[in-house]
Design a protein around this ligand. Sequence first.
Ligand SMILES: Cc1cc2nc3c(=O)[nH]c(=O)nc-3n(C[C@H](O)[C@H](O)[C@H](O)COP(=O)(O)OP(=O)(O)OC[C@H]3O[C@@H](n4cnc5c(N)ncnc54)[C@H](O)[C@@H]3O)c2cc1C
Length: 380
Amino acid sequence: MKELNVLIVGAGIAGLTFAQLIKRRGAKFKIIEKEDKSTFNRSGYMLGLLPLGGRVMNELDMQTEYFAQSTEMSTYEIHNEKGDLNKAFSLDFINQQYGSYRGIERKKLIRILSQNIEGEIRYGTTVTAIEESGDLVQVTSSANKTEKFDLVIAADGIHSGTREMRWKKEEYCYEDTNWGGWVGWLEKTTMNAYKEYWGASSFMGLYPVKSKVGIFIGGPNELLKKLGLIRFVTSIKKEILPEYKLLHHALDALMSLKKPFYWEFHDCRTKTWRKRKVLLLGDAACAFLPTAGVGASMAMDSAAALADELSRTDKAHLEYGLDLYIKRQKERVEKAQEDSRKLGKLMFVKSNLIAGIRDYAIRFYSIKEMAKNISKIMDG
Ligand SMILES: Cc1cc2nc3c(=O)[nH]c(=O)nc-3n(C[C@H](O)[C@H](O)[C@H](O)COP(=O)(O)OP(=O)(O)OC[C@H]3O[C@@H](n4cnc5c(N)ncnc54)[C@H](O)[C@@H]3O)c2cc1C
């Protein structure tokens, strides 16, 4: 790996994890990040990290810091839209059998993963052209710099500009739920249960991280865009029983957001992950809905699998190494994506009748049944 010179596009979870892993193996790399340094990693949301992703922090010797900045989750609760508990799943089997299942702010995870490689990140830069040049890839950036690399890793997220540049439109496909919503924070609150509130045409979630709780509220795009945040939350609050004070506080916090950002929930799948020596990684290859809380874990798992395959590949057989990685990882990632899509179909329901049937049926499900593929992936 010491002979490799790699360009990583995107300083997100996949790109930074991969950079840290190949740094330890002696490869040379540069990272290009679209955001300016002043705006990079400013805003953000909460992440639930399964041990699938979290265990990569062990290899990076970052586990102590990761644990200090996050909190272990012990329960996953599904409530109805009034706030009553419908079903509680213990997460202890994950913590005991596979590793700690933790909640962390994306911002904090990015900060940990950037340590000691900040100097290699070129902020406020994008790729403007990519061409093959013999055995190398020639890349021109928005800084008007043209350089050659052995390998380009496109880790630039769900709307990957690199993919747009090198892949035809018919080679990747977005799938839209037509739902979306807003994210906010309830400060100074400690919890170790994920609490979701599934309604008809509404969805809420409380997702703890260290010392605070991420709040999500969502619904069908057309309804939410028509009502706006305040009117939608006000209508939801009317349904919630007064005794569920935490939920009322959370919704009040959402209503006081100064610049609410609206997330639209779609995902994306790409037929081929590689074009010669340009490889898609993380959401750029296969993006996730947040429903199963597994996109970041898979991005880290993929970064680790890629670094592992490359560590056994010499420069002359780089493309063979990339193919071995794709064989090892593509089906695994797409299976996890199937679970997040299935959960999306359960959560994002408009009709009261279907919501009622769903709420009754989930009482008979175990968490392993609700996320069958992810469960199998964790088993190896
Ligand atoms: C609201 C929400 C909640 C979520 N909750 C969870 C959860 O609980 N658990 C979980 O596992 N996953 C969750 N996810 C999904 C998870 O965030 C993603 O799957 C994960 O971040 C993917 O990592 P990535 O590195 O591929 O992409 P990203 O983390 O999106 O990083 C991409 C990086 O590339 C940069 N970039 C973009 N375009 C360019 C360009 N043209 N040139 C250079 N740089 C560029 C971006 O600025 C960014 O820094 C959630 C997502 C959302 C939206």
